[in-house]
Design a protein around this ligand. Structure first.
Ligand SMILES: [Zn+2]
Length: 213
């Protein structure tokens, strides 16, 4: 095992905010060295002109791809707008685009998330839901995990009468490698509260799939 990998230690924190954990960060130099190793592994020469700056760029891109590790979805949802004028029906935000990477191959999966909830105490700013999707998308995980995480944090922080999350995505690890099936999409759902009723799931799905503006 090389020394860079050995120096990493991941420690999961206990308690409800278990999506927060501590990582001993490698240095920029170590990260760039790791990229050079992968370039060699791919069969290229990291010292050739076109690749000289690549390790630095990749290290920088990683900061962006995985910035969700620095963010807390519960904090984003924390500010609830109470004045809903008695609005009790479903709030649905659909077609939230996201870009993520699967934890098995670190290859992108790209798609859309749809989130519905029945407010109880209040509603949250609509853009907050999109930001919550982004927090989890910008981490390594599976689509299934991401779907559950989004539903669970909304359920926990907003305490609505029910949450529905539907994610549809295309996985590059299926299109570019392995079975190489292009254009297939994967759908995952998570329902809580009122959405455990099949009729509510149908209503949610119908609204998600109804023609747009
Ligand atoms: Zn994969």
């Amino acid at each position: 095992m090389n020394p860079v990998v050995k120096s990493l230690s991941v420690e999961r924190a206990l308690g409800p905010s278990a999506d927060k954990f501590l990582i001993k960060q490698p240095t920029q130099e170590q990260a760039e060295e790791a990229v050079r190793t992968l370039l060699l592994w791919a069969g290229d020469d990291p010292s050739r002109e076109g690749l000289q700056d690549t390790p630095r760029r990749v290290a920088k891109a990683y900061k962006e791809f995985y910035k969700g590790y620095q963010e807390d979805a519960a904090e984003i949802l924390d500010r609830v707008f109470e004045e809903v004028e008695g609005y009790r029906d479903m709030v649905l935000v659909r077609d939230i685009p996201f870009y993520s990477h699967c934890e098995h191959h670190m290859v992108p999966f790209v798609g859309k998330a749809h989130i519905g909830y029945y407010p109880a105490k209040g509603v949250v700013g609509l853009s907050k839901l999109a930001r919550v999707v982004d927090v989890y998308a910008r981490r390594l995980q599976t689509q299934e995990t991401m779907t559950a995480q989004i539903a669970d944090v909304i359920d926990r922080v907003l305490a609505p009468r029910g949450v529905a999350v539907l994610i549809e995505a295309e996985h590059m690890c299926m299109s570019m490698r392995g079975v190489q099936k292009q254009g297939s999409s994967t759908m995952t759902t998570r329902y809580t509260g009122l959405f455990n009723e099949p009729a509510e799931q149908v209503r949610f799905f119908t609204m998600v799939k109804s023609p747009g503006l």
